[in-house]
Design a protein around this ligand. Structure first.
Ligand code: DAT
Ligand code: MG
Length: 148
């Protein structure tokens, strides 16, 4: 089973979208294995978004993600990394399909509600940045038989 790191960004938390977003992934059949509301430090933000260090929007991105709490999550399921990216929608909400999280709730790329890992490598890296091993829970759910 694959795992991914998903995060409701400060705009999503402020706009009361935690429940809506968690609900979408639950209903899809994915399993939550870790979650917490947290304030991201500048150091953690710079590490998490390290791949964008040279981009002109890097400073704004770090300021934004540290501006207010985020809801950090780890989700598990078959193909959860790619499927969650599809459920999130395109990075820029002007291109996000209707029905996706960004397509439904976001209006600008700077405030696009949710983060999701884009590959198995980034999922492993990002889970390691935000969660300790003992914060992730392994458990079985009978519903799996009806999803897979
Ligand atoms: P994604 O979040 O879809 O993985 P990304 O990794 O390319 O997208 O960029 C990370 C975040 O940086 C993105 O969610 C919003 C912000 N961002 C990306 N491109 C931007 C741009 N051209 N101007 C401002 N912010 C941008
Ligand atoms: Mg990205």
């Amino acid at each position: 089973m694959e795992r991914t790191y998903l995060m409701v960004k400060p705009d999503g938390v402020q706009r009361n979208l935690i429940g809506e977003i968690v609900s979408r992934f639950e209903k899809k059949g994915f399993q939550l294995v870790g979650a917490k509301l947290m304030q991201v430090s500048k150091e953690t933000a710079e590490l998490h978004y390290g791949e964008h260090k040279e981009r002109p929007f890097f400073g704004e991105l770090v300021d934004f993600i540290t501006s207010s709490p985020v809801f950090a999550m780890v989700w598990e399921g078959e193909n959860v990394i790619a499927t969650a990216r599809q459920m999130m929608g395109a990075t820029n909400p002007k291109d996000s399909a209707p029905g996706t999280i960004r397509g439904e709730f976001a209006a600008t790329v700077g405030k696009n509600i949710i983060h999701g890992s884009d590959s198995p490598e980034s999922a492993e890296r990002e889970i390691g940045i935000f969660f300790k091993e003992n914060e992730l829970v392994e458990y079985s759910k009978l519903i799996k038989e009806w999803v897979y």
